[in-house]
Design a binder for this molecule. Structure first.
Ligand code: GLN
Length: 290
């Protein structure tokens, strides 16, 4: 504890932090300073704006300053907070999980009509999320469609603990099963839908990634092998036995991978039934049936 720190106003703390973040070249200093202030002090953005003179007590100032130092060292803001919103759900994160990206919401949008349709027609829809990480895709679908069920696999036991914790916190644990598996190895049963946001970065491109990603997201969740397509080969070639009749498979892809990934699935006997662009205008998700 530093005895010398006197209480300061929320607005002044925010402004000082924003300036420091901006001067260090952090891309979104306003947003990051706001998010960290709220996280460290419990003061919402609204409270800061409507009561700018409100004093923040010493111990909360220390906590806030520690958070700002971590951000200045390029730790991603959502990792400092330990949470990120995905498809309207607050998801807990640890070092074992990729931070869920807004682009991945594209994949949820693409498959949601099929999940709703299967539940309406058959009363259920079994979903398999390969490499579930924080559980983002599976849990978003379960939250949207009340009678769907999901199995999330991951090779990381730690990631599965996070997925399971998220399922519990969101009240979805009774419809979510976590299985530790190297791709399909431990998976049994059949599913109306398989989804995956697999690792798809080319190994040679990893060193050039933004440090926020390269140094903080788990490499296992990023590295797609020499051409970035290793995971899609497994998904295209080994998924068929796990698909129920008329089952479908949807994957997130890198911004330039649509032609290659489509070819892999077509060569394995699939037909493409949909695709969807991300917020940046790149095809980000592909949808196939056998
Ligand atoms: N979209 C992530 C990134 O660009 C990569 C995630 C992945 O490989 N599935 O950092």
């Amino acid at each position: 504890m530093n005895e010398a720190i006197a209480p300061e106003s929320a607005e002044k703390l925010y402004r000082t932090a924003r300036t420091r973040l901006a001067e260090a070249g952090i891309p979104s200093p306003d947003l990051d300073a706001s998010l960290l202030l709220e996280h460290a002090t419990g003061l919402t953005v609204l409270a800061r704006i409507t009561e700018p003179g409100r004093l923040v007590p010493t111990e909360k100032i220390e906590r806030f300053r520690t958070c700002v130092e971590r951000r200045l060292a390029r730790e991603p803001v959502h990792r400092i907070i330990g949470e990120r919103e995905f498809y309207g759900l607050p998801l807990q994160l640890t070092a074992a999980t990729l931070v869920p990206r807004p682009d991945t919401e594209t994949l949820v949008d693409l498959v949601l009509p099929l999940v709703r349709n299967r539940v309406a027609r058959n009363g259920h829809c079994r979903i398999l999320d390969m490499g579930t990480g924080s559980g983002a895709i599976a849990l978003a679908l379960l939250a949207e469609v009340s009678r769907a069920t999901a199995t999330g696999t991951d090779i990381s036991a730690e990631a599965l603990m996070v997925a399971q914790a998220n399922a519990s916190l969101l009240g979805l644990a009774d419809r979510f099963t976590a299985i530790r598996s190297d791709w399909f190895e431990e998976v049994t049963g059949q599913f109306e839908l398989i989804v995956s946001n697999p690792p798809y970065i080319r190994s040679d491109d990893i060193p050039g990634l933004d440090p926020d990603v390269r140094e903080h997201d788990p490499l296992q969740a990023l590295d797609g092998g020499r051409d970035g397509l290793d995971a899609y080969r497994v998904l295209a070639e080994r998924s068929a036995p796990f698909l129920a009749e008329n089952g479908a498979i949807a994957v997130e892809i890198g911004h330039d991978q649509a032609p290659e990934v489509t070819n892999l699935f077509v060569s394995a006997g699939y037909r493409r039934i949909g695709r969807r662009k991300d917020y940046g205008g790149h095809v980000r998700a592909l949808f196939f049936v056998k």
